[in-house]
Design a protein around this ligand. Structure first.
Ligand code: TXA
Ligand code: MG
Length: 331
């Protein structure tokens, strides 16, 4: 895999690779994606192979503008137009009825397709340069922590022959995946994945929003078929290799045998033994979001017996942080 740095100088090489059916590590404002030509069934299949992703878990297609995204849908509910007007380009994914002529594997056989217009200059520039819609899941091996730097992509997928290179645009500003929203029946708006667009911001635009909970099991395929859940929202996901124990904000650190690595919100409590990382010394949730996955990766790389993490305040981006920590804690 080539390391394309700085990204903007290597756009033609990346676009050539995409047109040739190969895959490219793509910086976005949320996390790095593994991009392939959404119109080429073999490129789409290569994404699943490279990630080791099960084929029941559909992909997000990235487009350079709202009209180009909506062109891939067979219909667009009024609430989706409203949300796109407010939040695109940005960390929001809309699940809409799909056009039948697109590769089936994109949406894993579902009648819907996930669409997003990213707010990152390199992502937008590559979408224009390649002039293709790009299917791009997070650029990690299936079930691992999402990558927030080009180095993370290299460590996850560097040995995969399907991947031509990664465009290095430095660390992702937001650091959490997009919020994923569907419209299961007329008038309903349902959040499948809490992410970079906070629920509070969505509620300023749409009165009534349903939220699928992190602990909801997704084992009934008909629920995904009917748009009630997203097939990708397995309870255990976004997980370090190390077991993770999650505590409430006020809980004292437990004393445990063996080695523990600690993930704190602001400051480590006094007397902790073992390595620790803090998400934001000033208790700033956007900063905590940006640092979450790289801190988890770092603690995981130390191979302790466990990671102990504290929940953060459950507001704004804090909800998405707590959602990822909860998923990482399921065994
Ligand atoms: O921020 C992001 O969304 C990043 C960047 C690269 O755009 N992408 C990302 O993709 O996180 P991925 O594949 O890791 O997560 C996509 C999520 C999965 O949970 C998947 O199940 C859900 O979106 N999804 C995709 N298509 C869907 C559909 N038709 N119906 C319901 N859920 C869908
Ligand atoms: Mg992912």
């Amino acid at each position: 895999m080539l390391f394309w740095s700085p990204a903007l100088e290597h756009l033609p090489a990346a676009a050539d690779a995409l047109r040739a059916g190969r895959l490219v590590g793509l910086p976005t404002e949320t996390v790095y994606g593994l991009a392939g030509n959404a119109l080429d069934p073999s490129a789409v299949a290569a994404i699943f192979t490279a990630k080791g992703r099960p084929t029941f878990d559909p992909l997000i297609v990235h487009c350079p503008s709202t009209p180009e995204a909506f062109r891939l849908a067979s219909s667009v509910p009024p609430a989706a137009r409203l949300l796109a007007d407010h939040f695109w380009p940005g960390p929001l994914t809309l699940v809409l009825p799909r056009r039948p002529d697109l590769p089936d594997l994109l949406s894993a056989g579902l009648p819907t397709l996930a669409l997003r217009v990213p707010a990152h200059p390199v992502a937008l520039a590559l979408l224009h340069e390649a002039a293709l819609p790009l299917a791009a899941p997070s650029a990690n091996r299936f079930g691992h922590i999402s990558p927030t730097s080009a180095e993370h992509v290299l460590s996850e997928l560097g040995d995969r022959p399907e991947v031509a290179g990664v465009l290095d645009a430095g660390p992702c500003a937001l650091g959490l995946e997009s919020t994923v929203i569907g419209f299961p029946s007329p008038g309903r708006v349902r959040v499948y994945r809490i992410g970079g667009t906070p629920i509070e911001a969505l509620r300023e635009v749409i009165d009534s929003i349903e939220i699928v909970q992190a602990a909801d099991r997704v084992d009934d395929p008909s629920l995904a078929e009917r748009g009630e859940v997203s097939p990708g929202m397995l309870a255990r996901h976004y997980a370090p290799r190390t077991p993770l124990l999650l505590l409430d904000p006020q809980e004292p650190p437990p004393s445990l045998p063996g080695t523990t690595a600690w993930l704190c919100f602001d400051h480590p409590p006094h007397g902790l033994a073992g390595p620790s990382a803090c998400l934001s010394p000033t208790r700033d949730l956007p900063e905590a979001a940006t640092r979450l996955f790289s801190c988890l990766r770092h603690l995981d790389s130390l191979a302790p017996d466990r990671i102990v993490a504290w929940r953060v305040p459950n507001i704004g981006l804090g909800r998405a942080i707590n959602d990822r920590l909860t998923r990482a804690s399921f065994s």
